[in-house]
Design a protein around this ligand. Sequence first.
Ligand code: FES
Ligand code: FE2
Length: 441
Amino acid sequence: MLQERIADLSKFVEPDRVRREVYTDPGIFELEMQRIHERVWIYCGHESQVPKAGDYYAVQIGRQPMVMVRGNDGKVHVLYNRCPHRGNLMVGDRYGNAGEFFRCSYHSWTFQHDGRLRSIPMMESGYAGTPYGKEHPDCSMKRAARVENYRGFVFASLAKDGPTLKEFLGESRIAFDDMCDRAPEGEVEIVPNCFRVIQKSNWKIFLENQLDALHPSVTHQSTGRAAHEVEKEIEKKTGHAPLSYHMLSAFATVTIDKWDNFQTLNYPYGHCILTGYMGLRPKDPDTLAYEAVMEKAYGKKRTEEILAVNIHHVLIYPGLSVQSPLQQLRAVRPLGVDRTLTEIWHFRLKGAPEAIYRRSLAYYNLVNSPATLVNADDLENFWKCHQGLASEGGDWVSFARHFGRDVEKNGVVETAPSCGTSEAPMRNQMKAWARYMGNGK
Ligand code: FES
Ligand SMILES: [Fe+2]
């Protein structure tokens, strides 16, 4: 049954539309986990989440429970969170410190931080005459096939073959470069802990929404308007409203007709960059103080180059959405065909004044947190979309907006001038999806 579906998958995706089963069929979901999430580079976490030897953080990659851990040698490892003895999860907490080594809570097998077997109770007498012991690979915790780090952001791939992390990220590396370059010390540090939201919809609905430039001024209009009213009042009274009001009022002041002025750049592997949106170089004293620190670190010319980068959002398919100018990211962890966990993290720019961190925190709370109306607006759409797609009210999802107008140069699809609301990012994601699902690479 499943084999037949595999053969038919090519019929599910057309250049400008997709069959609804792609979002609702549990068999397709299982295949996606095998062929996409458990093969490609998936973001595990930032190395500052595990600063000391033995520090670990549990993370889900596809259907696999994994654990990211800092070894005694300072290296970050990613292991399957499974004891090779009888399968017990090695760590039950989301994060912690394993001490000198991992110790299984069931029969006390112990392992080095890199997963190698360290000891088994009464190993000599218990296993004499068997092939099992320290040298036997089945007695060690299994490692992710590949682990790489880009500017402190740790990724793992569960497939031994495939592009390197750098090749896979391609131009989307700008997400991490932009974030880190904005730090006077060239590095960021994670803020523990994250918000976790479980949305009742397929994982792809979240990713398609991230660069959907048509939706913000519709979906978030009421939130934007309310903030704009208050912002205007404060401006009238004091002459200047804090930037945090602008973060919300932009949903109303950037009206629907203006979204066509932005641009998306769509890359191989389904990644995408959205340029422009909110101007984030105000002339308030906090920003000026920050710019002075940056100039001291980098010089005037380089500082200008760094601060002139104007991207709002970078989507790294299939599991990451990064907003680098505000030091935020959201990691997508599919839990089931109609359940998706998102982890919402933010970062500190090392060496930057506290006020710049406060700005990031304000955006985190006001726009990305589960408490804000902005997030609630989106979550409601996600659930409603999934409900509609599960119905028999239609077979296709349309991605036809500005179809045929995009400009392709060397494999990069740019939306044409005044076509910022093009559904090119969704078409690009589904093109990558079809390729992964078709040949598993
Ligand atoms: S299951 Fe881990 S030691 Fe037995
Ligand atoms: Fe939204």
